[in-house]
Design a protein around this ligand. Structure first.
Ligand SMILES: NC(=O)c1ccc[n+]([C@@H]2O[C@H](COP(=O)([O-])OP(=O)(O)OC[C@H]3O[C@@H](n4cnc5c(N)ncnc54)[C@H](O)[C@@H]3O)[C@@H](O)[C@H]2O)c1
Length: 329
């Protein structure tokens, strides 16, 4: 469904439809063939296979990360996988109870000096600035920032834009301020968490869709700026389909979908197509995206069948957009 059809005439529509069906059929065998292909062609793989086809890997041992929305769900799983790989992690979240409980659990597992919970609303410039400052005071450096905090709320859509898009911009700019080489930083990696809704559309959540498209566009533009200006910072985007977390249940509630609630069956159909991922599977993909030193401006989309780096059109590329559409997995 993500293969956008942009051309008008009917024959072309039929041919493109047939192409999408053929791509779907070819997908599973492509996953296994990916390992045998040249590095340039290796774009589609199961999540486990990503490790084998990635470029040179950045070491995470001794590094320091900030993860927003880390009290539960994906953020907690991202923090855990980073800790397992020797990175110290500041956990930022508005939910103090869940944050303190997660901090205690992670300290039990990884030691009391490995992690730090900071109550922080990604909508507040001041709280975000203070949280980054405290992270530096506690751990002495900053190498990785994962802007993950997000909500679904189509009724209070202004708040959702503030958390999902402005919060990511805020976290990304602060990360650059501390990590980019022209400011005396040591470089680093930013992973912004978008969604499958950042590449295609989910009609029941149009503003959520818009915020996630915003995260993809912002991150790609800034990644290009980073390359051009030599920031020494890689900026990549993770686009999972459905994941078993609290946000998934909230997506099915009338308070959050509001006037679009009658379209919820369309979400259920999408869930049947894409399946529901576990947080640890997404955390493994985050690790590969983060560590692959060849990736800047990469957009990794994943569902229960595997993961694909999408090829979105670049502003300077004159080829028709359809030739760039991402492979459906
Ligand atoms: N679960 C899915 O199906 C799915 C799929 C694709 C993308 N995502 C994205 O993954 C990210 C994480 O979501 P999740 O699935 O773990 O949901 P979740 O609800 O389990 O976790 C979200 C976390 O963000 C925190 N948060 C919310 N508002 C905040 C704010 N203003 N400041 C700081 N923290 C705040 C919450 O307290 C919570 O701990 C979100 O950006 C979401 O859009 C989720």
């Amino acid at each position: 469904m993500w293969g956008a059809v942009v051309c008008g005439d009917r024959l072309s529509l039929l041919l493109r439809g047939a192409l999408v069906v053929t791509r779907l059929r070819m997908c599973s065998s492509r996953v296994y063939r990916a390992l045998k292909r040249s590095p340039r062609q290796q774009e589609t793989a199961s999540v486990a296979a990503l490790r084998s086809i990635r470029g040179p890997a950045m070491s995470l041992s001794g590094k320091v990360a900030v993860v927003t929305g880390a009290a539960q769900g994906l953020g907690k799983a991202f923090a855990r996988v980073l800790l397992k790989n020797g990175t110290k992690v500041a956990l930022l979240d508005v939910d103090e109870d869940a944050g303190a409980a997660t901090e205690a659990a992670l300290r039990d597992e990884f030691g009391s000096d490995a992690t730090l919970f900071l109550r922080c609303d990604v909508c507040s410039d001041e709280e975000m600035k203070n949280a980054f400052q405290k992270t530096l005071q506690q751990f002495g450096r900053l190498d990785v920032v994962c802007n993950n905090a997000g909500i679904i709320n189509e009724t209070n859509w202004q708040k959702m834009v503030d958390v999902n898009l402005n919060g990511v911009v805020r976290g990304t700019y602060l990360a650059l301020q501390h990590m980019k080489k022209e400011n005396g930083g040591q470089g680093g990696v930013i992973i912004n968490v978008a969604s499958m809704a950042g590449l295609g559309t989910i009609p029941a959540v149009p503003i959520y869709t818009a915020t996630k498209h915003g995260v993809v566009g912002f991150s790609k533009a800034l990644a290009a700026a980073s390359s051009a200006a030599g920031y020494g910072v890689r900026i990549n985007v993770l686009c999972p389909a459905f994941v078993q977390t609290a946000i998934l249940s909230s997506m099915q509630m009338e308070e959050t979908t509001g006037q679009f609630h009658s379209l919820i069956n369309m979400v259920e159909k999408l869930m049947n197509v894409h399946g529901i991922l576990e947080v640890d599977e997404v955390a493994e993909a985050l690790l590969q995206l983060l560590q692959d030193e060849t990736k800047n401006g990469a957009v990794l989309m994943m569902n229960t069948k595997g993961a694909t780096y999408t090829n979105l059109p670049a502003a300077g590329d004159s080829r028709p957009a359809a030739t760039h559409s991402s492979v459906v997995i």
